[in-house]
Write a new protein. Structure first.
Length: 170
């Protein structure tokens, strides 16, 4: 994690970035890629985010992802292994348009959870607002070392609410 985090108001162009990059990634990865999705905060209209578009690519079987590493590196992506999430192949590229790409098992648990969280935020603006407020508070307090951990905790509470129908407190 960098020393600072910059949040921006939602930019509708982020979806256009996703569509353009996603098409190129599907072309590069060919039959290995079964599907892709725009996930993360840039995929939720109205939510503040770092201007880094998250793309999730579903492959089956997961072992097919290992064949993607060279192709992704040739496109300028840095391969970061699982980066703390078992069963993920994680890539980043930074520049005028920045992307984080996770290659996961198509319709596996990572796939399901990312889409559930994204869709829940899209359908529940009060929860999206609470998530945005959390990120703003952490950035304003310069609590960069806690940023990812506290976001992960928030996401887990939302997913527990969805899966177990437990109350969700903001």
């Amino acid at each position: 994690m960098s020393d600072t985090i910059e949040l921006e108001s939602h930019d509708p162009e982020w979806h256009e970035w996703y569509e353009a990059e996603g098409l190129q990634l599907l072309e590069v990865l060919g039959e290995v890629a079964h599907d892709l999705a725009h996930v993360g905060s840039t995929a939720v209209p109205g939510l503040v985010a770092r201007p880094i578009v998250d793309i999730m690519i579903g492959v089956a079987p997961l072992e097919a992802a290992s064949r993607c590493v060279v192709e992704m590196q040739q496109r300028g992506y840095t391969y970061l292994g699982e980066s703390g999430l078992e069963g993920r192949f994680y890539f980043q590229t930074r520049g005028e348009r920045s992307f984080d790409v996770s290659i996961v098992q198509h319709h596996g648990e990572h796939w399901r959870r990312h889409l559930l969280f994204r869709d829940y935020l899209r359908d529940h603006p009060e929860t999206a607002d609470a998530y945005g407020d959390l990120k703003r508070r952490l950035v304003e307090a310069e609590a960069f070392e806690r940023y990812e951990e506290e976001k992960r905790d928030f996401i887990e509470r939302v997913l527990d609410h969805i899966d177990g129908n437990v109350p969700l407190e903001h």
